[in-house]
Design a protein around this ligand. Structure first.
Ligand SMILES: *Cc1c(COP(=O)(O)O)cnc(C)c1O
Length: 395
């Protein structure tokens, strides 16, 4: 069998299992309504929680930034690619998050790859929630290759984590967790995580991809939401392509930890800095987030409206208080059938299946946005009610 034949055999297996993934091409900007194949679809599939991705004001900041600073940064941050807009954005993020210092990255995936493997090498131990995001898992694989021991604890199980920490003799310990879990929408027990980190003298690495901009006063994120301080032992990763509506990410932490990442983080050092215009758009986005209480109020009103209305459906919403509202269908084929039926009725709601989520918990991942209207939520509920009649047999 040739090299390509072996790949094709695997692709055939994926297809036979009905798990081939396809991209949809959008003929419109990200927004409440998107155009695909010439059809308008009501969009419940993005992470654009505040509706900023298609915002004209941010697009103008991006365009102005490109006119002033050009298209590209030209090099990595440490060589010659760190321009004034990057520096300004870092300073603003530092003030906004309350940490001592911040580094910015082109993506959250890269930011996560820069943190855990850099802090956890030989003699270190990493403790992470079972439902950690794929980028955190890949970061742990790199830490493992560097000699760190990796421990996973059952989702949200603080007793199990405590047990693992107590049993560890590692000189350096890292607790790693999403703040808002990306497929379940639930919050990690952040106060308990910080307590355990303090008790066992561990770093606490938090991925606030779905909390930043959405939760807490002025959208400052999950720590603010829980009333927790920007403690020295916390490293906070936030993505800037979700609620912030643009792209990129940051890591905030103590001055020493951030300087260490700058000196030693391979995923920071060996990659070209994002275009400076992106930083210009993000500075504008940060202002919009801080002034965005009205957007967040609308988003949380939609969440309440959806949860009230979904009470009578045959499918259960997971107990989530965030913009991620998973509707558990269970069976893989039934979840896909429901997603397809919604699509045919002009509603884009992705089905999420194993291995992304545990077997038997295939779901629709309803993602709400401040860009939605009350009528949009009602239409989604009415369509789900209509389909619940047809689908009762399938479930
Ligand atoms: C989206 C996401 C990331 C990756 O961020 P990108 O900027 O999209 O690369 C990391 N962690 C979590 C929990 C995410 O949801």
């Amino acid at each position: 069998m040739s090299l390509a034949d072996r790949l094709q055999a695997e692709l055939d297996d994926i297809a036979a299992a009905g798990l081939t993934r396809r991209r949809r091409v959008l003929a419109s900007p990200c927004g409440r309504i998107v155009i695909v194949d010439g059809r308008e679809l009501l969009n419940f599939a993005s992470n654009d929680y505040l509706g900023l991705a298609g915002d004209a004001d941010l697009a103008a900041a991006l365009a102005d930034g490109a006119r002033q600073w050009g298209a590209g940064s030209g090099a990595s941050h440490l060589v010659s690619g760190h321009l004034e807009p990057h520096e300004k954005l870092e300073t603003e993020l530092t003030a906004f998050t309350g940490f001592a210092r911040t580094l910015t990255f082109s993506t959250g995936y890269l930011a996560n790859l820069a943190v855990t493997p850099t802090l956890a090498g030989r003699g270190a131990a990493v403790f992470a929630d079972k439902l950690s995001h794929a980028s955190l898992i890949d970061a742990m694989q790199l830490a493992k290759a560097n000699g760190a021991a990796i421990h996973r604890y059952p989702h949200g199980d603080m007793a199990a984590l405590e047990h693992q920490l107590a049993a560890s003799t590692a000189a350096t310990k890292l607790i790693v967790s999403d703040t808002v879990f990306s497929m379940d929408g639930d919050l990690a027990p952040l106060p308990q995580l910080l307590q355990l980190a303090e008790r066992f003298d561990a770093w606490l690495v938090l991925d606030d991809a779905h909390g930043f901009g959405v939760l807490g006063e002025q959208g400052r994120g999950s720590l603010a939401h829980c009333g927790l301080p920007a403690a020295e032992r916390i490293l906070l990763m936030g993505t800037l392509g979700k609620a912030a509506g643009v792209g990129g990410a940051f890591v905030a932490g103590s001055a020493t930890a951030i300087e260490y990442l700058l000196q030693k983080g391979r995923a920071y050092i060996f990659t070209t800095a994002a275009p400076p215009a992106i930083a210009c758009a993000l500075s504008r986005s940060l202002q919009r987030i801080a002034a965005g209480d009205e957007l967040r109020q609308r988003l949380f009103a939609h969440i309440a409206r959806l949860r009230d209305g979904a009470a009578g459906l045959p499918w259960r919403l997971l107990p989530s208080a965030t913009a991620i509202q998973p509707l558990i269908v269970g069976d893989n084929a039934a979840a896909v059938a429901l997603s397809t039926a919604l699509w045919e009725r002009g509603l884009w709601v992705p089905a999420i299946r194993p291995p992304t989520v545990p077997a038997g918990t295939a779901r629709l991942r309803l993602s709400l946005s401040a860009a939605h209207t009350d009528d949009d939520i009602d239409r989604l509920l009415a369509t789900l009610r209509e389909l619940s009649g047809d689908s009762r047999n399938v479930c």
